[in-house]
Ligand binder design. Structure first.
Ligand SMILES: [Zn+2]
Length: 392
């Protein structure tokens, strides 16, 4: 068999590394080296640098390096024949003598799985009340990823609070939320607001960060979402900064997704809407809703609800298991997802998680004839019919 070494050498090194099971690093430039056994403490995150000019790579931890053929040979413990045949077959490159190369199997190293870090509420941790965001702009280049993200997100959020809020208020009024102070923490962006916001953000932050933190489109370099949106914040647990949002389209003619969640939860985990330092600290119960309008409906109905912290997951699976331990120590957790298939499945999964974590929980029940969600019940004046039971 005559291997086509010239063609093999021209396979982009990134593609070769990926074929060998190396995982791209978060920055998109490097990879994590697959040669885990030779790294100190079996480090799965060791950095493998990629040099596009020479189509080669090099690991800082174990020192293996080279071109597509060399690195593949290293992967197959120095077996050149296996390496060449793997590249031929994987990339579907004919040999010089047109031999069919049999499939060479690669034993992949297991995917990197991060260890779960369960969240614990530290009541003694100092709460930071950040007032003037622009005062921090000069520090931006030296900030951590999490600090950058929160500064950008909070800038957008606070901008959305200063726009004309009338369309937002009339939207929530139509949904039966008549106590408008309940929507004070929700912002609003019209078409013109979005245009002004784009300039506002670009004057303050690098475009690449606005793209990386999912606010701007990589292709158009403009705001990546619809306009006429309510901006529903997810706060940081230990400050008044924002770590995520959901954008709710309040335009009934809009054809796209009604609601999108925006966050980079590998950088900062966004707390559900409604969960803030004080509400978590003061409450005895936690009441979990599927969407923020259900949450507002409950707050509209229950006058004195200081003992209860209402939170909205924005989707029945939009939480990490590690988040749930934050709710430990509360006397009750109530779940009130929609009574549709997704809601019922989500409720079942959530209750299983809570039970495993030994967190006491209840389900809110009602007659589905009156509606599938809590906002339906509010509008039908049936929130007084809710019952709670522990049996599933
Ligand atoms: Zn290595």
């Amino acid at each position: 068999m005559k291997y086509d070494l010239e063609t093999l050498a021209r396979i982009p090194i990134k593609d070769v590394l990926e074929a060998l099971g190396a995982v791209p690093a978060r920055n998109g430039r490097n990879f994590h080296c697959f040669n885990v056994a030779l790294h100190k403490d079996n480090d799965r995150n060791a950095s493998m640098a990629v040099y596009e000019r020479t189509n080669s790579c090099s690991c800082f931890a174990c020192g293996i390096s080279g071109t597509p053929i060399n690195i593949t040979k290293a992967f197959f413990n120095g077996d050149f024949k296996q390496a060449a045949e793997f590249l031929h077959s994987h990339f579907n490159i004919p040999t010089l003598d047109n031999n069919i190369v049999k499939q060479v199997k690669v034993a992949f190293t297991p995917k990197i799985t991060k260890e779960k870090v369960y969240m614990i509420f530290d009541e003694n941790k100092e709460y930071a009340d950040i007032k003037v965001l622009d005062a921090y702009l000069s520090l931006y280049p030296r900030m951590s990823e999490a600090q950058k993200l929160k500064l950008i997100y909070t800038s957008l959020y606070r901008f959305s609070l200063k726009t004309n809020q009338k369309p937002k208020e009339s939207y929530y009024l139509k949904r039966g939320i008549t106590k408008l102070h309940l929507v004070d923490k929700i912002g609003f962006l019209s078409y013109n607001d979005v245009k002004t916001l784009e300039k506002y953000l670009l004057e303050r932050f690098p475009l690449e960060d606005l793209i990386r933190f999912k606010l701007f489109s990589k292709i158009r370099n403009t705001f990546n979402y619809a306009f006429n949106i309510a901006v529903v914040p997810n706060f940081d647990l230990y400050s008044n900064m924002v770590a995520g949002f959901s954008f709710r389209s309040i335009d009934s003619s809009y054809k796209g997704a009604k609601e999108v969640n925006i966050s980079c939860s590998d950088i900062v985990y966004p707390m559900p809407f409604g969960l803030e330092n004080e509400s978590l600290r003061m409450s005895k119960w936690i009441w979990i809703c599927e969407g923020h309008i259900d949450l507002l409906s409950l707050r509209q109905y229950y006058e004195n609800s200081d003992d209860v912290c209402f939170i909205a997951f924005n989707g029945v699976f939009a939480y990490k298991e590690e988040f749930l331990t934050l709710l430990k120590g509360k006397s009750r957790i109530v779940i009130s997802f929609d009574k549709d298939e997704a809601g019922i499945n989500g409720e079942k999964a959530l209750r299983e998680h809570l039970n495993l974590l030994r967190i006491p929980n209840l389900t809110a029940r009602w007659d589905c004839v009156d509606g599938i969600d809590l906002n339906d019940l509010l509008c039908a004046k049936k929130l007084n019919t809710l019952t709670f039971d522990e049996a599933t």
